[in-house]
Design a protein around this ligand. Structure first.
Ligand code: SF4
Length: 722
C-alpha cells in the first residue's frame, strides 16, 4: 500500500467509525427501550432472541393486530398488505429476523457461498462495544428499523402534486429542446459515417457514394440512408474507441477503460448510429436537465462488476436450461431449445432466425450468460436462418398444437423484429395454421377433454427503442394481415411488447413506429426495466405518462434480475415497492372503468383515445396498469415478499412467494417460496442516487418498505379472454 492509499484507507476507516458512532447514538435516542434489552448482559444471545420474540409478540398482538395476523399468515391478502404501515411492517420484519437468526443462505452474488443472517447478535456486539464484522450499511438499516419500531419514522404518502413535480424533472424524447440537441448529435454522426463510407476499402461495398458526388450530396445521401434500418445495422458500432468517437469523445476515462476491458474480455459492443444519437454528449454543466439520459447510458455502458463477472456469470433463469428428454426447472418437457416455458398457458418461442439477435445489447441482458458461453453473438450474417429452420418451426408448432393448456405464444429472441419481414410472416402463418388445427382437433374431443384454443399472440421487441426505422410499412402490413386472419381462429389479442425504461427513449421515430403498430391493430404494451437511473423519483411515472400519450399500455415494471454482474444497475426491492405504493398508485384505474378497459386491446387503433378517456374521466395524470415485480428464478413474476434476514454488509434477504393469482405447474406449487439475497444494501443504492444528483431525503420512507404484495393483473390485459 502506498502512503497515499494508506491515508485514504485510514480516512475511510475513520469516517466509517464516526458514522457508526452517530448511528448508535441515533438508536439510543430513537428506541431506548429496545436498546436496553440488547444491553442486558444477563442474557446470552439465544436467550436474548427468545426474550425479544416474546416481547415483540406481546406488543404486536396488543397494539398491531393486523401486523400480527399478517405475520402468522392468518390474513395475508393484498388488502391485508395495504393495511400495514411502516411500524407494522417493522414489527413483521423484526419477528422474521428473529425467526431466522443464525440461518445460513446460499448467496448467488458470491457464487453460492453461504452467508449467515444474524442481525440480533451483530447488533448486540455493536451496542456492547465488542468486535463486530458488520458494515456501516448494516448498521444504518438496523438503526432505521429501531426507529420504525418506535414509530419515529412513520411513512407519509406524498401527495399527487409532489409526484407531478417529480415527473416534471424528467424530460421526454418528444420535447423540442431534446429533439434539437439530438439533431446536432445526428449531424456529428452523419459526418463520421460519410468518412467511413469514403474510406471503405472493400470493392462492391453495400453503401457507396456515386463518383463525383459533392459533400452536400453525400450528406443528403446518408440522411436518406438514415431512414433505412439495414444501414444502421450495417454501420453499428462494435468497439470502445468508435463508441467514444461517435459520442463526440465525451466518454470519461473510467467508462472508456471499462469498455476497453469489456472488449478484451469478449463482451460484444453493438450500438446503432440512431441509438447513439440519443446520448447527450454535452458536459453536464451545459445540459438543461443533467443526467436525463442516465437510464439509457446505464444499459449502453458496462459496469466494472459485469466485466469482472463475465466468464463466471451464473444463470438466473434456471428454467431456461433444459436437457433433452428432461423436464425444465418448472417441470415442463420442451420440444427444443426454441421453446421456454414457466406457466401452463404461455410459452416463449425463439425462432432460429435473425430474431435471436437484438438491435443493441443491454448491459443487464440475462443472455450475457449465453454470450459468455459463446452461444450468442452479433455476427448478423451468420445469424441468417439456416434452411432447416422451417422444419424446426413445424416441430415447435406441433408442441403448441398438442398441449392441452397452451393458448398464449410469446415470440421473442433476442428480438422478434430482428427477423426479416418474410421470416416473421412465415412464423405468423405457422401460428395461424397451428391455431386452426387446435380448433379442428377439438371437434373430435368431448367437451371436457378439449384443449385450450389459441387466444393471444405476442411479439417481444426493443426495436422501437434501438431501431424504430425497422417498423416499416411492409412489416406493419404483415402484422395487419395477421390480425385480420387471427380473429377467425379465435386469437383476440395481438400484442407487441416493448422494453422502454425512460421517457427519453421515446422519440418522434419511436412514436411513428408505435403508431404503425397500432394502426395494424396490434396493441403495444411496455415492460420497463427498473434500473437505478430509472428508479429516480417520478421517472417511471413520467415514462407511463409519455407512453400513454403515444398509445402504449405499461405492463410490467421489472426489477433488474441477476447476481453481482448486475449489481450496479439493481434498484433494491424496497424502492420498487415504494414506487408502487407512492408513485404508481397515482395512475390506478378506478373500478368503475374495469369493464370498459377490457375491450381496449381489441381496438388497438383507438388506443390513444381510449387511454385519454380514462385519464380525463378519472382526472389522473397517467394510467398504470403495470405491476412492479421481479422475475424469480424458475418461478416467474412476483412482488409478494417479506424481508427475513440481512447480511453483515447490509444486503436484505427476501423470501418471495410465487404469484398465486395465476396457474403454475405442480413443481412450482410444491416449491413454495424462493429466497433472494439482494446484490446491494439500501445505503449503497442511495449513494448511487446521490451521485446522480438526487436529494436522498426524498427517498427517506424507503427504509420502511420491507414487504411487498404483487398487484392484481389489470383487466385491460385480461380482455375478453377467460
Ligand atoms: S432487448 Fe432484451 S434480449 Fe435484447 S439485449 Fe436487451 S435485454 Fe437482451
Amino acid at each position: 500500500m502506498t502512503l497515499g492509499n494508506l491515508s485514504l484507507y485510514l480516512y475511510c476507516m475513520n469516517t466509517q467509525y464516526e458514522r457508526i458512532a452517530e448511528l448508535i447514538a441515533k438508536m439510543k435516542q430513537d428506541n431506548p427501550e429496545v436498546v436496553s434489552l440488547f444491553l442486558d448482559q444477563k442474557l446470552d444471545d439465544a436467550a436474548l432472541v427468545a426474550h425479544l420474540r416474546e416481547h415483540f409478540s406481546v406488543v404486536m398482538q396488543q397494539h398491531y393486530p393486523k401486523a400480527w395476523a399478517y405475520y402468522t399468515r392468518e390474513e395475508e391478502t393484498e388488502q391485508d398488505y395495504y393495511k400495514l404501515m411502516s411500524t407494522s411492517m417493522a414489527y413483521l420484519r423484526i419477528m422474521d429476523y428473529l425467526d431466522h437468526e443464525g440461518e445460513s443462505f446460499e448467496d448467488g452474488n458470491l457464487h453460492g457461498q453461504k452467508v449467515v443472517s444474524k442481525p440480533i447478535s451483530l447488533l448486540r456486539s455493536l451496542l456492547l462495544g465488542r468486535k463486530c464484522s458488520c458494515t456501516v450499511d448494516f448498521v444504518e438499516d438496523m438503526a432505521h428499523l429501531l426507529a420504525l419500531l418506535n414509530g419515529v419514522e412513520e411513512r407519509e404518502i406524498p401527495p399527487r402534486s409532489r409526484v407531478l413535480e417529480w415527473m416534471e424533472r424528467h424530460p421526454s424524447g418528444l420535447d423540442q429542446d431534446v429533439i434539437a440537441w439530438r439533431a446536432q448529435n445526428k449531424e456529428h454522426i452523419v459526418q463520421l459515417l460519410i468518412e467511413r463510407i469514403e474510406n471503405q476499402k472493400k470493392p462492391g461495398a453495400l453503401y457507396r457514394f456515386k463518383e463525383g458526388m459533392t459533400a452536400a450530396e453525400k450528406r443528403k445521401q446518408v440522411l436518406l440512408w438514415w431512414k433505412d434500418d439495414r444501414f444502421h445495422l450495417h454501420f453499428a458500432i462494435r468497439n470502445a474507441d468508435d463508441l467514444n468517437r461517435y459520442l463526440d469523445c465525451s466518454m470519461d476515462e473510467k467508462t472508456l477503460g471499462i469498455m476497453h476491458e469489456a472488449e478484451q474480455k469478449g463482451i460484444p459492443i453493438f450500438a446503432t448510429p440512431y441509438f447513439l444519437s440519443l446520448i447527450d454528449t454535452r458536459p453536464l454543466e451545459r445540459q438543461q436537465h443533467p443526467h436525463s439520459d442516465e437510464a439509457i447510458r446505464s444499459y449502453l455502458f458496462y459496469s466494472r462488476d459485469l466485466v469482472e463477472e463475465f466468464g463466471s456469470i451464473v444463470a438466473w433463469e434456471k428454467e431456461d436450461i433444459a436437457k433433452p428428454g428432461e423436464p425444465n426447472a418448472a417441470g415442463w418437457l420442451l420440444p427444443s431449445h426454441n421453446v421456454h416455458r414457466r406457466y401452463p398457458n404461455v410459452a416463449i418461442f425463439i425462432p432460429d432466425t435473425m430474431g435471436r439477435a437484438c438491435g443493441g445489447l443491454c448491459s443487464y441482458c440475462q443472455r450475457m450468460y449465453d454470450f459468455q458461453a459463446g452461444r450468442f453473438n452479433f455476427e448478423l450474417e451468420k445469424l441468417r436462418p439456416k434452411k432447416s429452420w422451417k422444419d424446426q418451426l413445424e416441430l415447435n408448432m406441433e408442441y403448441f398444437r398438442n398441449d392441452p393448456y397452451l393458448w398464449d405464444i410469446l415470440i421473442t429472441g433476442g428480438d422478434a423484429f430482428m427477423s426479416s419481414v418474410s421470416s416473421l410472416k412465415t412464423i405468423l402463418d405457422a401460428v395461424l395454421v397451428m391455431a386452426r388445427q387446435k380448433i379442428e382437433d377439438n371437434k373430435a374431443r368431448s367437451l371436457d377433454e378439449q384443449y385450450a384454443p389459441m387466444r393471444r399472440v405476442r411479439l417481444g421487441t426493443k426495436i422501437p427503442v434501438y431501431l424504430p426505422q425497422r417498423v416499416t410499412t411492409e412489416l406493419a402490413q404483415v402484422l395487419a394481415d395477421f390480425k385480420k386472419k387471427a380473429a377467425e381462429v379465435g386469437i383476440d389479442q395481438c400484442v407487441v411488447q416493448t422494453h422502454v425504461s425512460s421517457a427519453m427513449e421515446v422519440t418522434p421515430e419511436t412514436k411513428k413506429a408505435v403508431r404503425r403498430l397500432l394502426d395494424a391493430g396490434w396493441a403495444v404494451t411496455n415492460q420497463e426495466v427498473f434500473t437505478v437511473a430509472a428508479s429516480r423519483r417520478g421517472h417511471s411515472a413520467k415514462l407511463r405518462k409519455v407512453l400513454n400519450d403515444i398509445g402504449v399500455l405499461p405492463y410490467y415494471n421489472f426489477s433488474v434480475k441477476g447476481f453481482k454482474e448486475n449489481r450496479e444497475l439493481f434498484a433494491t426491492n424496497a424502492r420498487s415497492t415504494q414506487e408502487q405504493v407512492e408513485e404508481s398508485s397515482n395512475g390506478q384505474i378506478a373500478q368503475r372503468y374495469h369493464a370498459t378497459i377490457r375491450t381496449f386491446m381489441q381496438d388497438a387503433e383507438k388506443m390513444v383515445e381510449q387511454i385519454d378517456s380514462i385519464r380525463k374521466g378519472d382526472e389522473i395524470p397517467f394510467i398504470s396498469p403495470d405491476r412492479n415485480t421481479l422475475n424469480l428464478p424458475g418461478v416467474g413474476k412476483s412482488n409478494t415478499y417479506r424481508t427475513i434476514g440481512i447480511t453483515e454488509d447490509g444486503r436484505r434477504i427476501l423470501r418471495f412467494e410465487f404469484d398465486h393469482t395465476r396457474p403454475h405447474s405442480k413443481v412450482i406449487e410444491d416449491m413454495g417460496h424462493v429466497i433472494v439475497i439482494e446484490s446491494k444494501s439500501i445505503a449503497h443504492y442511495l449513494n448511487q442516487l446521490a451521485e446522480m444528483g438526487e436529494d436522498v431525503s426524498e427517498y427517506a420512507t424507503i427504509w420502511g418498505y420491507s414487504a411487498g404484495s404483487l398487484e392484481p393483473r389489470s383487466p385491460v390485459f385480461e380482455g375478453m379472454t377467460k
